[in-house]
Each structure stands twice: as C-alpha cells, then as structure tokens.
Design a protein around this ligand. Sequence first.
Ligand SMILES: Cc1cc2nc3c(=O)[nH]c(=O)nc-3n(C[C@H](O)[C@H](O)[C@H](O)COP(=O)(O)OP(=O)(O)OC[C@H]3O[C@@H](n4cnc5c(N)ncnc54)[C@H](O)[C@@H]3O)c2cc1C
Length: 386
Amino acid sequence: METADVVIVGAGIIGLSAGYWLAKAGAKVVVLDKGRAAQESSSRATGFLSLRGEEPLEAPLALAAERLWNTLDEELGYPTEWRQKGRLWVALGEHERDALDEKYRGFLNTGIPFERIDGERCREIAPSLSPAVIGGIHTPRSGHANPQRTTQAFAWALRDRGGAIIEERPVTGIHVAGGKVTGVATPAGDISAGVVVVAAGAQTSKVAALAHVEVPTATVRLEACVTAPLPPLFDVAMVGGGLSLRQTRRGNIHFNGGPHEWVDVELTEEPAKPNTPILRNIARRLAELMPGIRDIPLLRSWAGVLEVTPDQMTILERLSDPDGLIVASCSGHGFGMAPSAGLAISELAQHRRTSLPIEALGLSRFSTLPRDWKARRRWEPGRYNT
Ligand SMILES: Cc1cc2nc3c(=O)[nH]c(=O)nc-3n(C[C@H](O)[C@H](O)[C@H](O)COP(=O)(O)OP(=O)(O)OC[C@H]3O[C@@H](n4cnc5c(N)ncnc54)[C@H](O)[C@@H]3O)c2cc1C
C-alpha cells in the first residue's frame, strides 16, 4: 500500500499551497485530484486578495496572506504576477453609495487603512471609470495576481520540494480506525496517512462526509470573461456595478459578476460549468462602469463552481473526531487566502497547532445551524443569488 505522512484531497490552490509548505518542511505529502490540478475554481478565479475588513473573523488570516503574497514569487521561485496596488469599491448612483456607506462603517477599526472617496478621486485612480461613479472606498492594501500562474507556481514549487501531485485520482473513501484517520480510498487503491486534509473546493462537504463530518456549504456557479488587451487603464483590484475586475499584465480586463446560480455537485464528478446569457449582463455592466471600452471584444468566457459557508467565511480546523482530519473551505475567498491558509494547514498537520490566526474559523460556530439553512436562505439548486 502507498503511504504518506499527509494526504491532501484536492489539488486546487489550497491543497497545493498546503502541500508546498508541507513538502518544504520535509513531510511526505501526496496531493490527489479527481481531475487535473487546479482545473476547478482556483484557475478560474479573478485573482484578488481582499483584506476582509467586512469579515472580521477572517481578517487576521487575510493580513497574514498579504505578508506572504509580498514575497511569494521569491518563496516559490516562479512568477505569480502579484501586484499590491490596492482595492477600490465604486458606487454607480445613490443606492450603491448608501450600500458603500454601510460597508465603510464596517471597515472602521479594522486596522486596515480604508478611505471614503468621491467620484472624482475614483477617476484619478481609474480614469476610465464612468462619470456616473459618484463615490468609492479605497485602500492601498490588498492586491491581485494571475490565478493560472499562481496555481502553477505552487504546483511546480511543491514538486521541486519533493511533494507528489497525482491527477485523475478521485478520493472515494476516508478510512478511520479507533477515532483516528488512517488514510484514503481511491479506485486505484488505498493510501495510508495519519493526516488527511480535505481541500476539495465545491466537493469539500461531500468528501468530509466520507468521514462522517458535516461541513455546511452551498455550491454556486459564477461566470467570468476577459477582454482583448488594452493599454494600462487601472491597477487596483476593483469592485463595482456588480463586478470584480482587474487588468492583467498583458492589458486584458478580467472580470466576473452575477447573478450566480446555486447548483448541486457530486463526490467525484466534474461540476457542470456552462456559460449562459448571464454573460451579456456581465458585459453590459462593464460597459456601464467604463463606457469608453464598451466596444472592446471579449476574448474568452468561462464559469467556475465554488462553495459558500453559512457566514461566508473560511472554515479551517484540525478536528479531534476523527483525529487527523483537517477541513479547509475558503468560501469564495480561497485564492487570496491560499498562502496563509496553506501554511496554517501545514502547521496543523505537523504540530496539531498553528501560529496563524485561525481560532475563529472552526466548525463549531455552526453547531446551532438549522438543518434547513439552505432552504431558509433560498440557497438551493436552480435558484439565483443576485
Ligand atoms: C469566477 C470566480 C472568481 C473568483 N474570484 C476570486 C477572487 O478574486 N479572490 C479569491 O480569493 N477567490 C476567488 N474565487 C474563489 C476561489 O477560486 C476559491 O475560493 C479557491 O480557488 C478555492 O480553492 P480550493 O483549492 O479550495 O478549491 P478548488 O480550486 O475548487 O480545488 C478543489 C479541488 O478538489 C478536487 N476534488 C474534489 N473532489 C475530489 C475528490 N473526491 N477526490 C479528489 N479530488 C477532488 C477538485 O477536482 C479540485 O481540483 C473565485 C471563484 C470563481 C469561480
């Protein structure tokens, strides 16, 4: 039987980051994926690290991620295209400005420098913004990177340090004996390990259920696209008009937006990820936000499926029942959080504890969650989240 110190289920950015830090520390680590590495959410993300001022439980781990991002290229030895150019939320019209005011109040006292700015200042930061933008919130912190390059960087660096990634190897069982994890089952045979990390993105709840652990998540499909390259227009990570957008090193505008469709996923199948007429909606929003580029062609579109936790914050915990099971679900923020979330997982796997600030991110915060929480919120397959 194959053996490892740690088996990681899922070669998305969380599993690859955890695997990298573990391999660097000298652990024998095997990362398994049902398909190709990073073929799911991680390579489909927009690429923001957002310092989560509005989500105080997660903010400390996001700040730790920011520190790691700033030297990640040197750490991994491969480029991620990380740019710490700040984040700008903009409001188109009074209604959105009221929502931003509310958001801004939540950002005060987070220790992160957020500034409430008017429309003119927004256009100084991003001159292509519409005159209809009447205000925003800006922070010089936060940043963005290239999702494909970053996941590739983690994967290559993991292998450079002696870790293994096995693709097309779905996990179909988690073995537990005497209250402890002992390994995983796959169609190609078992792999024994004293620690199993569940970092299976949209399938995290299904995989954790193999060890009789309930991880509350709902799964959702998001659509995204990229324009033809343009001259430099803005360098912040921008949120506005229902979109998240960044300009890539090559000049393309990479953006995603809603509405998002709640969907079901299966344990080992690739979730369906069609594009739909929603794309027209997303493209229209870009034209409203930046009218000067409304005629630029779209080069490529795609969709991704990710998991959302009930409070939309990360779950990251090493469980005691069963001992040796680590659960990691980053609730739609996993790309930005990956450096610190992966390091935390690596420390939990080796030492049972971590120096990273994850105390507030345990599963027990959902112990009183009603069983029908998804129905109550209408987070059910076939419905849309606008
Ligand atoms: C359009 C879009 C935009 C986004 N933008 C951002 C952003 O700007 N910033 C941000 O922080 N986040 C963003 N996200 C969210 C981010 O992509 C995810 O939170 C992050 O990629 C999660 O990483 P992961 O490794 O947990 O999951 P994934 O990348 O989904 O990887 C999980 C892996 O587990 C594998 N797997 C599943 N089941 C099994 C099994 N049974 N056996 C073996 N392997 C299995 C899957 O094949 C997959 O490769 C975005 C997501 C989308 C779709």
